[in-house]
Every structure is written in structure tokens, then in C-alpha cells.
Design a protein around this ligand. Structure first.
Ligand code: NDP
Length: 446
């Protein structure tokens, strides 16, 4: 890391203590910015990087609700409105017991860069709660969402801050959140949330977008290497929204998704996962990965050795959660001749693992580029809401594919221009940073 940036990084760590994930996300960006500050000292003179690391606004609130037994539960809600240089704050809500300020800040910080890469007018933000929807009834989830929105509504709006889903927040939760927003404000403000149902303001392809987009990105990486998905074996971690639609697109493009997982383990299905069965178990029944193995019968097995990354594959797509792929996993993938790792999740690969991939010549795509298709399609949902229009599936998917191609090319060209040929992380960080920094400079000291 450049010396000037190193001092600033130390300051940021001291100023935001005990927020390890946030430090990690900042460090990963700073590692790429040396040549940028050397070439453009005006960014440092205007303290752009220091300003970028300080959220514009951070909201923490109590979320009280009653469970089905009549007991009072209390959770903590968050919304970090990080940067609005390019447009209204935009980023998902995560409901998971591990959520605390450091996680929301790492996600919000990454979101600034990801959103800039889409080329669409959206700023960066993120939110959530330490609520665990797992094992809760629909009514409990509804009461929680209503209480969460009873505070959040005053901070959001179609021109201010537009939340969406993330881990633990899918179509069901967005529905309850939207209903409560409408009830409190007496406004049918479609553009206040994205990921809505198709019959009430949602966009075609939004559900599929993050997984599809990640696979489109990998398809561009393969094309740049003169190759394609045809016959490639792929491991996809997770079995939630991102993972399931990544698997769907891999199959459509001729690849073979042979493994997926959840927090209780992983499954190997050497002939290719049965996607309809997986959807039935994970989406309809909200079941566990072991239920898939049981229903599938012969051919599918629960993994026993190490993690899912020990399964021999050509391509690895971590699509579950942060820091799920560590140095040991990277060594196993490299030993098995894996050629591409692309992050469907946010920051799923540890810095040590990324270094190992780089040393071994494994092509690596960071989440802020590879999984930007979700938020890009959210921005397309906002466009449709603003014009009271609704586009066909094919048209929306074409727009998504075009956006992913443009992000891919932008990363590669920027990396090349700054002396990091083939380094998608450097390309993504530098391209997004300069885009946001120029907008911040133009808008004065705010
Ligand atoms: P879901 O809640 O739909 O699915 C998450 C999946 O990851 C589940 O299979 C879950 O298993 C698994 N998982 C979660 N936490 C852990 C953990 N600690 N250890 C192992 N497995 C875990 O979330 P999404 O698919 O929406 O999100 C997945 C990732 O993609 C996240 O990093 C998210 O930030 C990122 N992302 C999502 C976008 C979207 O549009 N949804 C957009 C861009 C990025 P289990 O059910 O057992 O917990």
C-alpha cells in the first residue's frame, strides 16, 4: 500500500474500532489506489479518500416486535447512507444474526464502488438487522418487518434512499416492508424499494439478476481467454437467491454446476445439480441442503472433506457470505486446476486467498464487479417505476447482459491503463473510485 494511504488507513482503523470487515473492505480498495493518487494529487488535496471512508449518515435503531408466543423481542436495525455523489443511496437490507455496524459499513462501502461501475445514477448505502428469519413464522417475519419500517420510513424515499434485499431479505420481506411504508406515508411510491413483486411494481429479471449477472461476467472472462462455459465444472457456494440463479444461468450456457451449499454443509452432485429439485427444497420448502440430498437419492452426496472448495472444478463462484473462502480453500482450488474465481457474494474471499490466486495465475473477479447485476437491475426497476412502464423479460435480460459486458470491459481496460493487466480488482477499484471522486469534487465540500 502507498505510504500516504497507509497512514490514512491506520487513522480509519483507529476511528472505526472493532469493525474488521469494514477495515478489510477499505484496505482492499486502498491497495489499488497508489498509482491513482500519484497521478492525480488533487484527489488527496481535496481529502476525497478520507471523505469517501466516512459515511454521510448512519442510523441505528431499536426494532421491538412480538413473537407467536406473545413474548417481546428486541432487535437492532441499521441503515448506513454512505455516499450520494452519483444518486440516491442504493443498497440492500440484510437480516442475519451476525449483522452489526461493521458488516453494514463494509457492505455500504463496497456498494459505492459497485454502483459506480454500473454506470447508472445510484449512490451507495446498506442496512439490515441482527434478526434471524430462520425458523420464524410468516406472521413473525411480517411483524418484524413492520416494526423495522416504522422507523426506517422516515429516512428513505425514491429520491433519497432506496433499499432492496440481501441475505435473509427476499420477495416476502420486501412485500411486508413496502406494505408498511405505504400504510404509514399514504403514498404508493413504487421507487422507494426494489425487488418488489411483478404485479406491484417489480421488474422482470430482478430475482435472477445477481446470479445471472455473475455468470455473464464469467462468460466475458472466459471469452477474453478464448474460451466458454461449455462443459466446465462449476462449484457455487450458498443456495440462496444469488446461488440458485447462478446455477440456472451456468446450465443455460452449457456449464455443469456440480456443488452448492448452505450454512449446514455442501452437496456434490457429479452429474450436475437438479435445479428444479433444488428450487423446490430451498425456495418453496425453505429446507436444508441435506433435504436435497435425501430427495435426489443416488448420485448426490453430502460433502465430507474440508469445504465445498475441495471439490475439483474449473470455476468457483462463492455466492454465500463474507470470508467464506480462505487460504486453505484457495490452495485446494489451485491444486485442482481451477482457472476462474468470481465473487457472487460480497467479499467472500479472504485477502490471503486472493493473493494465492494472483500468484497462481487464477483469474479473480471481485464482487463489486461480478455481482453488480443485482443492483443494476434494481436501477432498471427504478427506471421502470419512474416512467410507469414495465419491460419484458427478454429486454431486461439484454440490458443486464449489456451492463455486465460493459463492467467487464471497463475493469480490464482500466487495469491495463494503470499498469495492472488482467487484474480485475485493481480495474474495478480504480475505475469506480475516479468516477465517484470526480462527482464529489464537482459538488464541492459537502
Ligand atoms: P440468501 O439469504 O438468499 O442466501 C444466502 C445463502 O448463503 C444461503 O444458502 C445461506 O445458508 C448461505 N449463508 C449465509 N450465511 C452463511 C454463513 N455464515 N456460512 C455459510 N453459508 C451461509 O442471500 P443472497 O443469495 O441474496 O446473498 C448471498 C450473497 O450475495 C451475500 O454476500 C450478499 O451480500 C450478496 N449479494 C446479494 C445480492 C442480491 O441481489 N440478493 C446482490 C449482490 C450481492 P443458510 O440458509 O444455511 O444460512
Amino acid at each position: 500500500m502507498d505510504e500516504k494511504l497507509h497512514d490514512l488507513y491506520e487513522d480509519i482503523v483507529a476511528r472505526n474500532p472493532a469493525e474488521g470487515e469494514f477495515h478489510q473492505a477499505v484496505r482492499e480498495v486502498f491497495d489499488s489506489l497508489g498509482p491513482v493518487v500519484a497521478k492525480h494529487p488533487h484527489y488527496t488535496d481535496a481529502a476525497i479518500i478520507r471523505r469517501l471512508c466516512e459515511p454521510e449518515r448512519q442510523i441505528i435503531f431499536r426494532v421491538p416486535w412480538t413473537d407467536d408466543a406473545g413474548g417481546v423481542q428486541v432487535n437492532r436495525g441499521f441503515r448506513v447512507e454512505f455516499n450520494s455523489a452519483l444518486g440516491p443511496y442504493k443498497g440492500g437490507l440484510r437480516f442475519h444474526p451476525s449483522v452489526y455496524l461493521g458488516i453494514v459499513k463494509f457492505l455500504g462501502f463496497e456498494q459505492i464502488f459497485k454502483n459506480a461501475l454500473t454506470g447508472l445514477p445510484i449512490g451507495g448505502g446498506k442496512g439490515g438487522a441482527d434478526f434471524d428469519p430462520k425458523g420464524r413464522s410468516d406472521n413473525e417475519v411480517m411483524r418484524f418487518c413492520q416494526s423495522f419500517m416504522t422507523e426506517l420510513y422516515r429516512h428513505i424515499g425514491e429520491h433519497t434512499d432506496v433499499p432492496a434485499g440481501d441475505i435473509g431479505v427476499g420477495g416476502r420481506e420486501i412485500g411486508y416492508l413496502f406494505g408498511q411504508y405505504k400504510r404509514i406515508t399514504n403514498r404508493y411510491e413504487s421507487g422507494v424499494l426494489t425487488g418488489k413483486g411483478l404485479s406491484w411494481g417489480g421488474s422482470q429479471v430482478r430475482t435472477e439478476a445477481t446470479g445471472y449477472g455473475t455468470v455473464y461476467f464469467v462468460s466475458e472472462m472466459l471469452a477474453a481467454m478464448g474460451d466458454s462455459f461449455d462443459g466446465k465444472r462449476v462449484a457455487v457456494s450458498g443456495s440462496g437467491n444469488v446461488a440458485i440463479y447462478a446455477i440456472e444461468k451456468i446450465q443455460q450456457l452449457g456449464g455443469i454446476a456440480v456443488a452448492c451449499s448452505d450454512s449446514s454443509g455442501y452437496v456434490v452432485d457429479d452429474n450436475g445439480l437438479d435445479l428444479e429439485l433444488l428450487k423446490d427444497v430451498k425456495i418453496k420448502q425453505r429446507g436444508r441442503i441435506a433435504d436435497y440430498v435425501q430427495a435426489r437419492g443416488r448420485g448426490a452426496e453430502l460433502g465430507t472433506a474440508g469445504s465445498i472448495w475441495h471439490v475439483p472444478v474449473d470455476i468457483a463462484l462463492p455466492c454465500a457470505t463474507q470470508n467464506e473462502l480462505d487460504a486453505d480453500d484457495a490452495k485446494a482450488l489451485i491444486a485442482n486446476d481451477c482457472r476462474i474465481v468470481a465473487e457472487g457474494a460480497n467479499m467472500p474471499t479472504t485477502p490471503e486467498a486472493i493473493k494465492l490466486f494472483s500468484d497462481a495465475g487464477v483469474r479473480f473477479a471481485p464482487g463489486k464487479a461480478a455481482n453488480a447485476g443485482g443492483v443494476a437491475t434494481s436501477a432498471l426497476e427504478m427506471q421502470q417505476n419512474a416512467s410507469r412502464d414495465s419491460w419484458s423479460f427478454d429486454h431486461t435480460e439484454e440490458r443486464l447482459a449489456e451492463i455486465m459486458r460493459s463492467i467487464h470491459d471497463r475493469c480490464l481496460h482500466t487495469a491495463e491503463a494503470y499498469g495492472f493487466p488482467g487484474n480485475y480488482t485493481a480495474g474495478a477499484n480504480i475505475s469506480a473510485f475516479t468516477h465517484v471522486a470526480d462527482a464529489m469534487l464537482a459538488q464541492g465540500l459537502i
